[in-house]
Unconditional design. Structure first.
Length: 131
């Protein structure tokens, strides 16, 4: 029991020295656990934080960039590299463009066939009426 009390005392002193209150400590712990889960080692936490802070605000917010990096890290943990993911995206994008072109052609052919069918029906109807 004494060990736990000493640990809590050390934790409290550490939090005070860092200027972190108890209410701030819980979300920070969650953040640190998530970073560790992404493979960021404890000695690199601060440099990772500095890197995130230096991400320029531009077309994408820092939050979006960090979320995207997190998703990429998860993909890599699942065995898909950045290059494989990019290649898959490029292949899918090319296939999508090809299919969109085919769809335009099929819609044009459908319109043509419907028009031909209407004309054929009109001619058939006119022929029957003339008889």
């Amino acid at each position: 029991m004494t060990f736990m009390v000493n640990e809590l005392r050390d934790l409290t002193v550490g939090l005070r020295k860092a200027g972190v209150g108890i209410t701030e400590a819980a979300p920070l712990l969650i953040l640190v656990k998530k970073l560790l889960g992404l493979g960021v080692e404890p000695p690199h936490l601060e440099s990772w934080l500095r890197m995130c802070q230096t991400v320029p605000e531009g077309e994408f917010s820092r939050s979006q960039i960090i979320q995207t990096a997190s998703k990429l890290a998860k993909l890599e943990q699942e065995g898909l590299s950045y290059e494989q993911t990019l290649e898959s995206l490029t292949t899918s994008s090319t296939e999508l463009k090809r299919l969109e072109g085919e769809l335009v052609e099929l819609r044009a052919e459908e319109t043509k066939l419907r028009g031909g069918k209407r004309n054929s029906l009109k001619q058939t109807t006119a022929l029957k009426l003339s008889l």
